[in-house]
Design a protein around this ligand. Structure first.
Ligand code: NDP
Length: 297
C-alpha cells in the first residue's frame, strides 16, 4: 500500500475539540448552543444515528434534546412541531432525521425549517447560498470531506476533482464546495459514459454512490486522493465503501478507510454548524471559530 490514510476519526476529534472550545467561549458570553433532533417513527438505523448525534452534542456542551414522534404523526402535526421549534429562541439548530415514515413529505418539512437553524444545510435557502458562494450552513458530509482535505494539506485549488454521485446530500454540494475552492470539477452519475476514463484523470476522487467496489482500484491515478463516502453493508455484516480499497490504496496518495474515514466527519460538522448557528443567531463572535469549511465568509 502506498497511500496514506485520511484519518477521519482523528480529524473529527480535532473538529470536536475546536467546537467544545467554541461552546465554552459562547457559554461564557451567556449562550449555550441548543440543538433539537426530530425523530419520527422507529426506524432502527435512524434510532442509532439520533442516539449518536445526541451523545456527540452533549459532549460538545450543547443543550440537546430529541423530540420523538410516533410513526402515525401527520404532516400537519409535524409541521406544527417545527414551527414551534423555529420560534423557540433557545433552539439554534434543528435536525429532522431522514428518511421520514411513508406518507410524510420530507421536502415540505425541510422547506419550512428556518434556514438560520438548518444545521444539515439542506433548505433551499442554504442550497442557494452554497451555489451562489454566499455564507451559509453547508451540508455536513461534503463539508466533512473538505475538512479532511484541509487538515491533511490536500490542495483543491487547480485540482481536477471527480465526484461520483450527484445527490443533494453529498455529490452536488461537494461539487460546489470544491468549485468554491477553485477546483475543476467533473460530476459523474449513473448515466455517465466511461466512468473509468473520468476517474483516471482525477487528482481527487469522491465516491458517493452506495455500491460496493464500484470505483475500481486500477482506475485511480497514482498519487490521487480518494475520499470514499459510500457506506455499504456486506452479507457478512462488515461495512465497506464504494471504492475497491486495497488496489486503490496501492496507487493513491491518500485514501479514506470505511469505516473511520468520512463517516465520523458528518457528526463533527453537524456540531460545527450548530455552534456557528448559535453564534450567528445571538450576534456573538466566536473567538475560537470552528473552520467554516466551504464558507466564503
Ligand atoms: P443516493 O442514492 O442519493 O445517490 C447515489 C448517486 O450515485 C446518484 O447520483 C446516482 O446517479 C449515482 N450512481 C448510481 N449508480 C451509479 C453508477 N453505476 N455509476 C455512477 N454513478 C452512479 O446516495 P447518497 O448520495 O445519499 O449516498 C451515497 C452513499 O454515501 C451511500 O452509500 C450512503 O450510505 C453514503 N453516505 C454516507 C454518509 C456518511 O456520513 N459517510 C452520509 C450520507 C451518505 P443518478 O443520479 O444518475 O441516479
Amino acid at each position: 500500500m502506498t497511500a496514506r490514510i485520511l484519518d477521519g476519526k482523528a480529524v473529527a476529534q480535532a473538529v470536536r475539540d475546536d467546537v467544545r472550545a467554541g461552546t465554552d467561549a459562547l457559554v461564557a458570553m451567556g449562550v449555550r448552543p441548543g440543538l433539537v433532533v426530530v425523530l419520527v417513527g422507529d426506524d432502527p438505523a435512524s434510532q442509532v444515528y439520533v442516539k449518536n448525534k445526541d451523545k456527540a452534542a452533549r459532549e460538545a456542551g450543547f443543550d440537546v434534546r430529541t423530540v420523538r414522534l410516533p410513526a402515525t404523526t401527520t404532516q400537519t402535526e409535524l409541521e406544527a412541531e417545527l414551527h414551534a421549534l423555529n420560534a423557540d429562541l433557545g433552539v439554534h439548530g434543528i435536525l429532522v432525521q431522514l428518511p421520514l415514515p411513508r406518507g410524510l413529505d420530507a421536502d415540505r418539512v425541510v422547506r419550512l425549517l428556518d434556514p438560520a437553524k438548518d444545521v444539515d444545510g439542506l433548505t433551499p435557502t442554504s442550497v442557494a447560498a452554497l451555489v451562489l458562494g454566499k455564507p451559509g450552513l453547508r451540508p455536513c458530509t461534503p463539508a466533512g470531506c473538505i475538512e479532511l482535505c484541509d487538515r491533511h494539506g490536500i490542495a483543491l485549488e487547480g485540482a481536477h476533482v471527480v465526484v461520483v454521485g450527484r445527490s443533494m446530500l453529498v455529490g452536488k454540494p461537494f461539487a460546489h464546495l470544491a468549485l468554491e475552492r477553485n477546483a475543476t470539477v467533473t460530476i459523474a452519475h449513473s448515466r455517465t459514459r466511461d466512468l473509468a476514463e473520468h476517474v483516471r484523470r482525477a487528482d481527487v476522487v469522491v465516491a458517493a454512490v452506495g455500491k460496493p467496489g464500484l470505483v475500481r482500484g486500477d482506475w485511480i491515478r497514482p498519487g490521487a486522493a480518494v475520499l470514499d463516502v459510500g457506506i455499504n453493508r456486506l452479507p457478512d455484516g462488515k461495512l465497506t465503501g464504494d471504492v475497491e480499497f486495497e488496489p486503490a490504496a496501492a496507487r493513491a496518495g491518500w485514501i479514506t478507510p470505511v469505516p473511520g474515514g468520512v463517516g465520523p466527519m458528518t457528526i463533527a460538522m453537524l456540531l460545527a454548524n450548530t455552534l456557528q448557528a448559535a453564534a450567528n443567531q445571538t450576534g456573538k463572535v466566536l473567538p475560537v471559530r470552528p473552520r467554516r469549511v466551504g464558507s466564503t465568509s
